[in-house]
Design a protein around this ligand. Sequence first.
Ligand code: ZN
Length: 278
Amino acid sequence: MKVFISADMEGATGVTNMLDVVEGKPGYERFRKMMTGDVNAAVAGAFEGGAKEVLVNDSHYTMRNVLLEELDPRSSLFSGSNKPLCMMQGIDRTFDAVFFVGYHAMAGTREAVGNHTLLGREIINVRLNGQLVGETELNAAIAGYYDVPVVMVAGDDKVAREAGAVLGDVETAVVKEGIDRWTAKCYPPQETGRRIREAAENALKRLKDFKPFQIDRQIKLEIEFMSTSEASLPTLFPNVVREDSRTVSVTDTDYIRVFKAFLGCLLLGWTGSDEMYG
Ligand code: ZN
C-alpha cells in the first residue's frame, strides 16, 4: 500500500501566527519542527495501518519546510517549489490513499486558524462551479483525478469540519481549536502526535469505506483577487475570462488541465500584488 502526504503548515501543531510559517521570521525554525513532527506522526500511523511506502510533498510556501534530517526514514520527501500540481505534486494512480496534514480552512472561514486559499492576502475567494472552495477540495479533486481517495485530514477544528462537508466521513485529527484567524486553543505535540497517528492508522484500516473525490463534468474555476491589477494580468493567457473587475475564470472538462491554468493565473496575478495596496 502506498500513501501520499500533502503537508501544509498553517494547520500544524501550535501554529498561531503568520511569523510562525514564513522562512526567516522568529517562530519559523520552531514551527517547522512542529510541522515535521505532525508529518512523522502521519507516517508512523500509515505504516501501522499497513502502508509499505510513503511519499511526503512539502506543500507550504517555499515548499522547503520539513526537516529532512528529522523525517521518518521510511518515507521520502518532495522539497522545493515550481511544481505543476503544487500541493499535490507526485500523486499518481499507483497510490492507494492521501493524507492532508497541517491543513487549514478556506479563505473567509470564521475562527479558522490561518484561513486562506493558496495565497495570503491576494485571494479573497476561489469558486469551483460557483461554490466557494478551499485547498481541501481543490487538492482532493487532484487526488480523485488519479482515482485516489483522501482518507485523513489533520489541522484545526474548522478544516476538520470543512473536510467532513466536502469528503464525508474521513478520519480527522484536530490539533488545535480556532478562536480567531491567528488565535487557537492548542494541544501539545505529544497529544497531537497521538491523534494524528491514530487517525492515519484508522483511515487505512477502513480504506474500503472511501471513494475518490471526482468531478467529471465541465469545470469552471474562478479566482476573486484582492486587486484589479492582480486580475488583469492573467487575461494575457488565452481562454482566461475576466468575469468582473477582480475576478478571472478558466473552464475545461479535464480537471488537471483546468487546475494548471488556474495555477498559472494565480502565479501571474500574484506578480501584480504590491505591498501598499495589495
Ligand atoms: Zn500553507
